[in-house]
Design a protein around this ligand. Structure first.
Ligand code: COA
Length: 297
């Protein structure tokens, strides 16, 4: 789909995207690149990184890949520094790396829980921590521009509760808390904006193929009201808005991009029935003699 934004809205900026080799991370990298940014992507698998870098370069985007695991502080430090060495500045950190699998709480081992916390929550904080010195106002390479931007991808699972996702719900809740706390501290101290995006179910992503394998994909629409699959493009457009000057006053926000899905609940009564019943109930209570308890009407 064609972008509604001007082609240069993030021109001259340098973005480092964790998990940028596939899924939502790659689409954000692609759209940032198409709109003028230079891109570094970080991931664990060399082959995936190489393929993603080639695809970005084939679009004329300045791109480089660095192998690394967000769970390892030394990797985070090395990749942030390599990005700075390569491009001479860092403006945007996108935390898109995540781990996920479906499992009931009783079947999940504490180490399984910890693994997802380590990738999503601790990994996000570690990347932010290592990137701070390049993102803050006045940092090397930033010239007279203000502070940079951090964008962390979370989810809506923890707004209510989610079946077989206790580890991810807990991890994404921590990511959102990290977003808000850094927005407060680093927004105030260093002019860095820190925002999040909470995607709903997005088609054609590694996350979706793990959480809604083909076997259950097809009937999800039948039992979830408001069920609409989003596209990676929807998330990338939200990221572009937040990264551009259009988002310059947005700090500490977590933008839900899910077609309203998390608000979804079954309709307990048809609309026509509400119209009739509501009028009838009002009429009954208007016509009732004074002093008769409502329960007797
Ligand atoms: N069900 C239950 N437990 C599982 C599991 C599953 N499907 N997959 C992994 N675990 C548990 C393991 O049993 C292990 O716990 P244990 O030591 O108590 O047995 C723990 O999680 C770590 O597993 P391991 O395979 O060693 O982790 P890893 O570091 O190699 O991989 C994952 C991390 C499990 C998150 C893996 O799915 C991954 O790399 N994901 C990244 C890609 C991804 O998930 N993308 C979707 C983004 S939304």
């Amino acid at each position: 789909m064609e972008s509604p934004f001007k082609a240069d809205i993030v021109k001259g900026k340098v973005a480092l995207v964790t998990g940028g080799g596939s899924g939502i991370g790659l689409e954000i990298s692609t759209q940032f690149g198409i709109h003028g940014a230079s891109i570094a992507i970080m991931g664990r698998r060399k082959q995936v990184l190489d393929a993603a870098v080639s695809s970005l370069r084939s679009l004329g985007i300045q791109a480089v890949g660095f192998e690394g695991d967000v769970r390892k502080q030394e990797d985070a430090k090395r990749v942030v520094e390599s990005t700075f060495q390569h491009f001479g500045r860092l403006d945007i950190l996108v935390n898109a790396a995540a781990g996920n699998f479906l499992v009931s709480a009783e079947d999940l081992s504490p180490n399984g829980f910890r693994t997802v916390m380590d990738i999503d929550s601790v990994g996000t904080f570690t990347m932010c921590h290592e990137a701070l010195k390049y993102l803050k106002k006045g940092a090397p390479g930033r010239g007279s521009s203000g502070g940079g931007l951090i964008l962390s991808i979370s989810a809506t699972l923890h707004y209510t509760a989610a079946w077989y996702q206790i580890h991810v719900s807990a991890a994404k809740a921590a990511v959102d808390a990290t977003t808000r706390n850094l927005a407060l501290e680093w927004g105030t101290d260093y002019d860095i904006r820190v925002n999040g995006i909470a995607p709903g179910p997005i088609g054609d992503t590694p996350g979706m193929s793990k959480l809604a394998p083909d076997e259950i994909n097809n009937n999800a629409r039948d039992y979830i009201p408001l069920y609409k699959l989003g596209e990676k493009w929807d998330i990338a457009m939200a990221a572009l808005y937040l990264a551009s000057d259009a988002g310059k006053y947005v700090n500490g926000a977590i933008l839900v991009v899910d077609g309203g899905l998390w608000l979804s609940r079954p309709r307990h009564m048809p609309k026509d029935a509400v119209r009739q019943l509501s009028r009838a109930v009002e009429k009954r209570s208007r016509d009732a003699p004074v002093g008769v308890p409502k329960s007797k009407l």
